[in-house]
Design a protein. Structure first.
Length: 394
């Protein structure tokens, strides 16, 4: 069975060396006259990238203001600060300089600028975004794929609730991507990014819709490429070719291309959101800690899919007489890959300690919203299943 689909990917990608030097003309072409430069910590400043961005805007005679300080798992408090700044400065274009956290924070600010209520209403399900300023991105961390996606994930400071919403309104007008800007990423961040990219694809590949052969082939090639390139750049951080593969894969993994004819599952993402919200861990690392347990929990009902993944992606020989063993070897090979790049395969490895029963119950309560919702599509995961998976992963 093939699921009907609409594919919409309006973001202009400007990819390659020194592409930052096109920022001014790109902002001007999209009508930007007063820009908010939004960024994270000090790396964009130390690398000289912010100076390039400022210079490009000045050369194009475009006014700007700035807001830094975005943290991983971006916070609602920073979003509210950005909304106030944009209103005060009459900003008409937002330029995100960073990775997924900065981009999502920019999108959330964008939603809130013209909204009369509290911007969190969108994530609480009380309102739906109806307006959005244009956004551009200078990508420095390939991972989240937010530069080409319709998604935006924010964490509320109070209660540590991590929630996501999707709207085509927030799709970026352009994404400037220079792989050289990723050379200085720490190994852990590189590995977590590669894990997140692969998971965006795997969350669509593991679907009850199994007949879209072309989409499967694209997904499998993307997964193999990121896996192989991650191992290379962990040894040689300045390998442009393989950094470029990872950077481009990050965008393709989350612009819905690998969802055409299938159905995204995203149970692992939803389960992980509670980990990163509660403990502040890196999202990609949290995914690595959760996925093997989710996979083992659902694989027996979807054996052929896991066999296909094991053989076509992870290179496991197909034992036709024992498909269960082939599927399990595929999961084990994923775990071996995670260990090779320094990612955890359990919550204990992720946190460096045992997670308590109470902490698991807290995550189940938040993920299921008090037992009122389920997650997943290939296999529906209710509160009991959430608890079982967290316990398997502990």
């Amino acid at each position: 069975m093939i699921k009907d689909f609409n594919f919409y990917a309006p973001t202009r990608v400007v990819f390659g060396r020194e592409t930052e030097k096109k920022i001014g003309q790109l902002v001007a072409a999209n009508g930007g006259k007063k820009v908010l430069i939004h960024y994270g910590g000090g790396s964009a400043q130390r690398s000289g990238l912010l100076d390039v961005v400022r210079g490009q805007l000045r050369d194009a005679d475009i006014a700007f203001c700035e807001l830094g300080g975005v943290v991983p798992n971006p916070l609602l408090s920073k979003v509210r600060e950005g909304i106030e700044l944009c209103r005060r400065e009459e900003v008409d274009f937002i330029l995100a300089v960073g990775g997924g956290s900065v981009i999502d924070s920019s999108k959330a600010i964008d939603y809130g600028v013209s909204y009369d209520g509290d911007v969190w209403d969108f994530w609480a399900g009380k309102a739906v975004p109806s307006q959005c300023l244009p956004i551009g991105v200078v990508l420095t961390i390939p991972a989240a794929g937010s530069e080409m996606s319709s998604s935006c994930v924010i964490t509320a400071d109070e209660g540590l609730l991590k929630r996501g919403i999707n709207s085509d309104l927030c799709r970026c007008r352009f994404a400037v991507m220079n792989p050289e800007r990723t050379f200085t990423l720490p190994p852990y961040q590189t590995a977590a990014g590669a894990t997140d990219i692969m998971m965006h694809t795997m969350e669509r590949y593991f679907s009850k819709y199994e007949d879209m052969t072309l989409t499967d082939a694209i997904s499998e090639a993307l997964l193999r490429t990121v896996k192989d390139s991650a191992l290379v750049v962990m040894r040689n951080p300045e390998d442009y070719r393989h950094r470029a593969q990872i950077m481009w894969a990050g965008s393709l993994a989350h612009n819905d291309l690998t969802e055409c004819g299938t159905e995204k599952d995203f149970a692992t993402h939803r389960l992980e959101h509670e980990l990163s919200a509660l403990f502040g861990v890196t999202h990609g690392a949290g995914l690595a800690a959760i996925w093997p347990s989710w996979a083992r929990y659902v694989k027996d009902k979807h054996l052929s899919r896991f066999v296909q993944f094991a053989v076509n992606v992870m290179g496991v020989p197909n034992d036709f007489s024992h498909p269960e063993e082939t599927a399990e070897r595929g999961i084990c090979t994923v775990e071996e890959f995670y260990r090779q790049i320094g990612m955890p395969t359990s919550i204990h490895e992720l946190l460096g300690r045992e997670i308590t029963d109470q902490e698991i119950e807290t995550m189940v309560e938040k993920c299921s919203r008090g037992g009122t919702i389920t997650v997943g599509a290939m296999e529906v995961i209710d509160a009991k299943a959430m608890r079982d998976i967290y316990l398997m992963a502990r």
